[in-house]
Structures are given as C-alpha cells and as structure tokens.
Write a protein that binds this ligand. Structure first.
Ligand SMILES: Cc1cc2nc3c(=O)[nH]c(=O)nc-3n(C[C@H](O)[C@H](O)[C@H](O)COP(=O)(O)OP(=O)(O)OC[C@H]3O[C@@H](n4cnc5c(N)ncnc54)[C@H](O)[C@@H]3O)c2cc1C
Length: 395
C-alpha cells in the first residue's frame, strides 16, 4: 500500500524532535566529529526504515517506491536532523553498491549496521600516485588460499580515524591494462597491519587520514564484486558520490519568512548589502544557489530512483560553484572583521577550496561532462591497452 504524507508524519513525530531554532548541519562534517548525534538519529529511524526507505525492509529500509522515498525525505526535513557526515560513505556509497553488487550474505552482514549507524565506512580509493587517475591505483592484493594479502598505502581517506570498514580498491593483476586489474574489498579497519595516520586539513578537520596496509589479510568473502571488476565498482561509487555532493544546497535552508537562505538574510541584516556593488555580487551568489537547487530537483525527478549517471558531474560543479561564491563573498563582505578566525563563515571559507577537489576535481568533472554528456572527443591517453606492469610510474 502506498504511504501518504499524513501517515509518514504520524510515524516520524513519535521518533524525532521538531527543529530547534538556529540549529544547522555541517558542510560535509567540517569542524565537527560528532558521531553520537548521528548514531542516535539513525537508531531512531531504522526500525521504520525511514532513513533509507528504498532499501529492503530486512536491511533497514521499508521497500518504498522512489516516489514514496521523495515524500519521506521531504517529511524528514521538517524535524530536527543530525549531522550524518560520518555515516555518509555507508549510507550513500557502500549501501547502494552492496544492493546492486553484493552477495546475499554481504547484504545481510553490512546493510543493517550501515542503516542503524553501528558501523561507519570510509572510502579507500586515492593513493599518492592515483587521484584523478584513479585507475593507476597500486595497492597490491595477492591471493593466499581463501585470503588476500594487501600491501600499499591510501591517502586523503576521510573518516579514516573512526571508520569500522574501508571500501578499498586494490590491484589484483599487474599484467592487464590498469583499468582491468583492480578488485574491490571491504577491509576491517581493526585488522592487524592497518595503520591510520591523521592528516589535519586547513579547516582544522581531524578525521582525514592516510592509511598504510602491511600484509593485511582480507578473506575472499569480503571481496566486493567479481575479480577484476574493481574499476566498474569504483566508477559506480564515484557517480553516487558526485550525485550526493551535487544534490545538496549547502546552506540552502531558505528558512526565513521571505523564503531566502539564512546567509543572505544575515548579510542584509548586518548592513552589508547597502552598497549596490555588494548587492549585485550577493544576487549573483543567490542566483547560483537557486539554479543549483532547481536543477537538482529536476534531476532527482528525472532520475526516478535510477542510479546516477554522468549528469551528476554537472550537479557537483554547480553546487561547488554556489558554495564557493557564497563563502568567498561572505568573507569579503565582512571586511576587516573577516580576518578573525572566529568570524561568521570562516569555517566555510577554509573548507571552500576542498570542495573543488573532493569527489573528483572540477577539471575531471568537466572532462566527464565533455566526453559522456556532450559526446566530445576523448582525452588523449598514452597508456590504453598497455599492461600496468609496463607503465611508467613515479615509483
Ligand atoms: C577534503 C577531501 C576529502 C577527500 N576524501 C577522500 C576519501 O574519503 N577517499 C578517497 O579515496 N579520496 C578522497 N579525497 C581525494 C580526492 O578524491 C583527490 O584529491 C582528487 O581526486 C584529486 O586527486 P589528487 O589530489 O591526486 O590530484 P591530481 O590528480 O594529482 O590532480 C592535480 C591537478 O591536476 C588536475 N588534473 C589531473 N588530471 C587532469 C586531467 N585529466 N585533465 C585536466 N586536469 C587534470 C586536477 O584537476 C588538479 O587540479 C579527498 C580529497 C579532499 C580534498
């Protein structure tokens, strides 16, 4: 039976609080490592399947249709939320990939702990020699009976300092061209041989890490997908990531009486928009914000619950541009006071540059849009068809 808005609210009102004035979520966890509030929020929602409604009910969802899921997401927006950034890789990347590619026992093992927040995942893709060129990943996974032995290092691993599991792409075959010799694994972050070293970001975030693997044993049961299918899963995961980042308004609560975002109201209330040049710049930032919101809404409706495609790259570019325009203009409008580290918007300003890098850089997103949406000629490639072991690498 299709669920209606009233029934959704009847259920949610018993589980969640109404929003508290002035509360807000972080931008991708910036400035906060609050694991507890997110865990409590997910625990409250999991029995009814409200957080991941389209997932099967046996795994923490409620078998909802895409249309019902949209209604539920809208209804959730009218209650007090929690910062779900620590849980983002599990909920938005690993969960959908497990549903598409996981074995029954893997789904049984991992989906519910993702939905109820009891296990946190990180994404172990990037390496010192493999960022934009991710297919160049060199962490080795060698077979030993029913196990794989992992050696190598990952870098820029967000959430690495507190994750329970890592979704890790590793090279299982060096004799094939680079895209073909990769396989995906779920790595228990408490395994002997895993060493997580913190990397502090310029905005002060502490959960960012590099991860070293020395003879780390992973059972073959924890291989995600087929042998050699790591690149396909990587591409799929990145599409989910871009769509997730691109699908956000970042500060677009539009909660004031006039239906404007709080940042625009704050600039106006602070007397920063008296000057016509500042007003024009503020309107430019607002237009970017609205275009992002409306285009995202249109894309969600057009996708009808299907896996995200290369259009997600356009969405990510748009939402990053809107975020950066707001962060940089906010700093300028604050004048001399903006030099203080505790001035409003400082955290966003210090986070803004990373938005163009995480989840794939702006340049890489434009390449994807060019090649896969606009059908422009492919970038020249000097290593196509050459075995990974014969490629020239920096080390
Ligand atoms: C805050 C943050 C969080 C992150 N979290 C994670 C995470 O959890 N897990 C993870 O695996 N990774 C993570 N990353 C890593 C991120 O995905 C990479 O930094 C990104 O893909 C770029 O790779 P790179 O840093 O090696 O830069 P490079 O690939 O070396 O790029 C350097 C510059 O060259 C440009 N460039 C490269 N190739 C091309 C090309 N073909 N055409 C045009 N320009 C090009 C790039 O755009 C960039 O400006 C995170 C990064 C940041 C900043």
């Amino acid at each position: 039976m299709v669920i209606g808005v009233e029934q959704i609210h009847e259920a949610l009102v018993a589980l969640l609080e109404r929003p508290v004035a002035g509360s807000h979520s972080t931008v991708l966890g910036a400035g906060s490592d609050d694991l507890e509030s997110g865990r409590r929020y997910l625990e409250a929602l999991v029995d009814g399947g409200w957080m991941v409604p389209e997932w099967p009910s046996e795994h923490g969802g409620r078998d909802a249709s895409p249309a019902e899921a949209v209604l539920i997401a809208e209804a959730l927006g009218s209650y007090q939320t929690a910062d779900l950034y620590p849980y983002g890789v599990g909920l938005n990347l690993v969960g959908p990939v497990l549903l598409e590619r996981g074995t029954k026992s893997q789904q049984q093992r991992w989906l519910r702990p993702i939905a109820d927040g009891s296990e946190i995942w990180c994404q172990m893709f990037s390496e010192p020699d493999a960022g934009s060129d991710l297919a160049n990943a060199g962490m080795r996974a060698e077979r030993d009976g029913d196990e794989w032995v992992l050696n190598g290092s990952k870098v820029w691993t967000s959430r690495g300092s507190y994750a329970t599991w890592g979704m890790c792409v590793a090279r299982t075959d060096t004799s094939s061209p680079k895209h073909l010799g990769l396989t995906m694994f779920a790595v228990d972050m408490a395994s002997p041989g895993i060493e997580v070293r913190p990397l502090e970001q310029m905005n002060g975030d502490q959960h960012f890490t590099e991860v070293f693997a020395t003879n780390v044993r992973v059972t073959d049961e924890n291989r995600l997908g087929d042998l050699g299918d790591g690149w396909g899963i990587t591409v799929e995961t990145l599409a989910h990531e871009r769509a997730t980042i691109g699908g956000r308004a970042f500060g677009g609560d539009d909660s004031s009486e006039a239906g404007l975002p709080s940042w625009l109201e704050a600039w106006s209330g602070g007397g920063h928009l008296v000057n016509p040049v500042a007003r024009q710049a503020a309107m430019r930032a607002y237009v970017l914000h609205r275009v992002n919101q409306l285009t995202t809404e249109r894309a969600v409706q057009a996708a009808k619950g299907d896996s995200p495609g290369p259009e997600g790259s356009g969405a990510k570019l748009r939402s990053v541009a809107a975020f950066k325009a707001r962060a940089y203009l906010g700093k300028n409008l604050a004048g001399a006071a903006g030099m203080l580290v505790d001035s409003p918007g400082h955290l966003g300003f210090m986070t803004a540059p990373s938005m163009s890098i995480r989840g794939g850089t702006d340049e890489v997103q434009r390449n994807i849009v060019g090649e896969r949406v606009l059908d422009l000629p492919r970038e020249p490639s000097v290593d196509r068809g050459i075995p990974y072991s014969d490629l020239r690498r920096s080390r």
